[in-house]
Design a protein. Structure first.
Length: 541
């Protein structure tokens, strides 16, 4: 039956349907990422963010839309991952504000709440960029604001909203040249459209189910993996055996998601590397063995490690007295973790491109370190907004977020930290140094494209300087050396090569020798980072 108003029960059903519809299309959203790298994660971040809210309210008996939308807003804020996830949370934060105190919402109420959501999201972004999810949200909200009086039912309003979103989405390549160059629409805007399509399905009485055949690496609405139970950090590499069950990466990820979280699956031809936190490591191993044989295997009991941290009084072994300072850094790769710890990091949050930490992850870390002043190094441009969101809701701790976009920047920033300095002085020194660091990385392309005049073929290695792809060849070492050619100038003195997945110490040393021969007195440092996805992370100073 068509509705002229919606209450909390209606909105709950809409949210669950929106979460499931987004989850079913998460992989499609990921593929819209402009960069042809194997860690496109907009779909994953948006899905995990929205599921953080939908999973909590799925069983709610609340009938007031004002109260339920406020609860959703809180959960989305805590679960927000990546820039797209933070913006998504802010859109619904503003929407909730627009419905505050209402038991049910009329068509006019919804139109005004959508506008409030856009205003809140724009305020949360320091430098809003048009041609993104913000544009899709804004232009469609403006269209609804002008036309809402023409609609007699809520589903008619949302159908119009979706049409306006699609029109705006189709226009994003005209606003962002990089989208047009890559031949895609904005991934965040597409993800938002999938959410609202789910809303409309629920309003029409349709039931949206999770499509297991295309299960993404994100959890379904309403499912809680009880990550607080710790369990086992399970890592392994296996070689695909063609005589066994055919390996499909998206299906394998979906099955792992049923077993745990903190999942990374990286396939390189017939080799698959896996990381998962699970209470049932044996099930994860059995799942992999259906497709091939193990090359390496490591299982660590996180519960036992946690118990070893428990002090005699039963509390987590955090400092009993508040420390003056603590430095929290985000990192992926045991070698990089050790490097940052040795340099002065108090606490490492496991994460990066393939595992963007949530706002709640940062808040938990802030609580764990028990310090008066906390400095956060996100070390990834897609994590800075979540870190800043955690800063905003930390009332009793002085939190500073140094806007480090890469591991090299984080490594340099932490070297400038001085315990005896004031927080303001540390912030100034650490922020200043990152401007002098040239960062680069080498990975492989997941699709054919052309960017900045560089012709890129799927499977080739690509060299990334800052945020631009500057070279691409079939050979990893050749790509790396060509990348260095772009990065090193007459003022360069120190090069740091952090090698990880797909690279070896020998290959790194060969590159170092070539650099020393070509550039003379330049000093080269080699570090085993053990990072996923990126063969090399490099810095030039």
């Amino acid at each position: 039956m068509a509705k002229t108003h919606i209450n909390g029960t209606d909105f709950r059903d809409m949210v669950v349907a929106g979460a499931r519809n987004l989850s079913n299309h998460s992989a499609i959203v990921d593929k819209l990422n402009v960069f042809p790298v194997p860690d496109g994660d907009t779909g994953k971040n948006m899905t995990m963010t929205f599921n953080a809210g939908a999973g909590k309210i799925a069983s709610s008996a609340e009938t007031s839309i004002g109260a339920l939308s406020k609860q959703l807003s809180r959960e989305l804020l805590m679960g927000a991952r990546g820039n797209s996830g933070v913006i998504l949370s802010q859109l619904f934060r503003g929407f909730s504000t627009g419905l505050e105190g209402k038991d049910e919402a009329s068509i006019a109420d919804i139109a005004k709440a959508l506008e409030q959501g856009v205003k809140t999201a724009y305020k949360a972004v320091m430098k809003p960029v048009e041609g993104t999810i913000l544009t899709v949200a804004r232009e469609s909200a403006e269209a609804v604001s002008k036309a809402y009086a023409d609609f007699a039912t809520v589903d008619a309003l949302y159908a119009f909203k979706i049409e306006a979103m699609q029109k705006s989405l189709d226009g994003t390549p005209d606003l962002l040249p990089v989208l047009k160059e890559a031949g895609v629409v904005d991934s965040g805007g597409q993800g938002l459209l999938y959410v609202f399509e789910g809303f409309l399905k629920a309003l029409k009485g349709e039931v949206v189910e999770i499509d297991e055949s295309i299960a993404s690496e994100t959890s379904s609405a309403g499912v809680d993996f009880e990550s607080d139970e710790f369990g086992y950090c399970t890592e392994f590499i296996f070689k695909i055996d063609e005589s066994r069950i055919p390996f499909k990466e998206h299906v394998f990820r979906g099955r792992l998601e049923e077993l745990g979280d903190s999942i990374v699956v990286v396939q390189d031809e017939d080799i698959v590397k896996v990381h998962v936190h699970t209470l049932k490591p044996g099930d994860a191993l059995n799942l992999a063995q259906r497709h091939g044989e193990f090359l390496t295997l490591k299982i660590e009991n996180m519960t036992e490690q946690h118990n070893e941290m428990i002090a005699q009084d039963g509390q987590v072994n955090t400092p009993q007295k508040k420390q003056e300072y603590a430095v929290i850094a985000v990192s992926a790769g045991s070698g990089i973790n050790d490097l940052l710890k040795e340099s002065g990091a108090t606490y490492i949050i496991e994460g990066g491109q393939t595992m963007n930490p949530s706002t709640e992850d940062f808040l938990n870390a802030i609580e764990e370190v028990n310090a008066k002043n906390v400095i956060i190094l996100p070390n990834n441009s897609n994590i800075i907004m979540a870190a800043n969101q955690a800063k905003q809701v930390s009332d009793d701790v002085n939190v500073v977020v140094i806007p480090t976009k890469t591991i090299p920047q984080g490594y340099a920033a932490i070297s400038m930290f001085v315990e005896g300095n004031t927080l303001a002085k540390n912030e100034e020194e650490m922020t200043t140094i990152i401007a002098d660091i040239k960062s680069g990385s080498v990975t492989y392309a997941v699709r054919d494209t052309n960017m900045n005049g560089v012709d890129i073929k799927k499977g080739d290695f690509i060299g990334i300087f800052g945020s631009d792809i500057v070279t691409s060849t079939e050979d990893m070492s050749k790509t790396t050396l060509e990348l260095f050619e772009k990065m090193i100038d007459e003022d360069s003195e120190l090069v740091t090569i952090i090698y990880g997945e797909g690279a070896t110490e020998d290959s790194a040393e060969e590159i170092a020798e070539a650099l020393e021969e070509k550039f003379g007195d330049i000093e080269v440092e080699i570090i085993f980072g053990e990072q996923p996805v990126y063969s090399y992370i490099i810095a030039v100073e």
